[in-house]
Design a protein around this ligand. Sequence first.
Ligand code: HEM
Length: 388
Amino acid sequence: MTGRPSRRQLFGYAGAAAAGAAVTGGAVALGKESEPVVVAREISPYGDHQPAVVAASPKHAELVAFKLLRGTDKAGLGRLMRLWTSDIVALTAGRPAPGDTAPELAIPGVALTATVGFGPRVFTLSGLTDRAPRGFIDVPAMSHDRLQPVWTSGDLLVLVGADDAVSVVHAIGRLVADAAPFAKPLWRQTGFWNSTGPDGQPITGRNLFNQVDGTGNPTPGTPDFNSTVWNEDGGTTLVVRRIKLNLKTWDELTRSEQERAVGRKLSNGAPLTGATEHDELDLEARDADNRLVIAKNAHARLSHHSENDGRRIFRKGLNYVHDTGATRESGLIFLSYQADLVSQFIPLLTRLDAADALNEWTTTIGSAAFAIPPGFREDGWLGQGLLG
Ligand code: HEM
């Protein structure tokens, strides 16, 4: 590839409108004729919203959920948030965090982001009991859930993403170390996603079932997106579900059986009633035998907003593998952002739990919910509106 990368290549975001707000600068190294163009990115930590929510899924990510130590109260949590804010400001700029024991591992241009959330227990602390965002509760257990305590619940969350796995591990290390007087890790999950095509352009990305996953999302920057995701304060809520995929039995299906389970084509994610990825689903279409082309229990039908009283969510997947000796478990760290978890996410999940064709090959083994506070400005800190 030669020449200057396009604006979209440079930013590589889920939405151009969001990119304008979130990016402070990107360093571009133009290669020689035969060399690839290297695009280095930085995402500003400042803004009305925590910036990674709208950004494309990162190549590498780690989530750590924490349990608050017994003595951590509202004031203690505020101290931790001020520490984390200065860590995040440094790390996202590629600088070592204050007191960094491995400063050389902090490198710029890897699009590092860190998102912080508060679990339900935070809103039981003295002074915070009436401060939970609208519609924020723990997700109730579903009939198909097989939740394992090691992947479930949490009082605090950090989600670090970057183009580089070493940078993620380094940043997580700093954030966990600074949290030690206040909270200890409860679970950690590592995931990966590919949201860049071979030509450097943003793509939707695929899960380990080989499905194009993320097409039906609202587009960042649109009114639809804003009302789906942001609450009155500029925050949101995040549900993290660790979903095991049974690749063995999935692989035994024919390609058309796999496509019928979702109602979309594997080749490009197009609806079975369309040709290209972003074609609208035709939920009424019938085949020559008068059968619905997108089946009654197809995942894309059951989760479609037109079948759910207009309810929408914003999904961001991360693939995971978990190896134990020679045995590999594969799955999806399913992340869903919505302004109101009770009125948007839970009815959708309940409906899928009851009837989704995909249930045969998927098992949810972890679940947690977090209130994601709004972003912060140069003179502010994370969670200041709640804890300040
Ligand atoms: C491992 C489990 C899951 C897999 C493999 C999966 C996969 C997919 C795929 C391939 C699509 C079609 C392409 C797209 O629009 O992104 C899709 C759509 C969707 N899924 Fe899932 N999904 C899973 C779990 C869930 C869960 C738990 C929910 C919500 C509770 C959900 C909600 C949705 C929604 C809202 C859409 C978009 C529908 C539309 O408006 O077109 N999915 N999913």
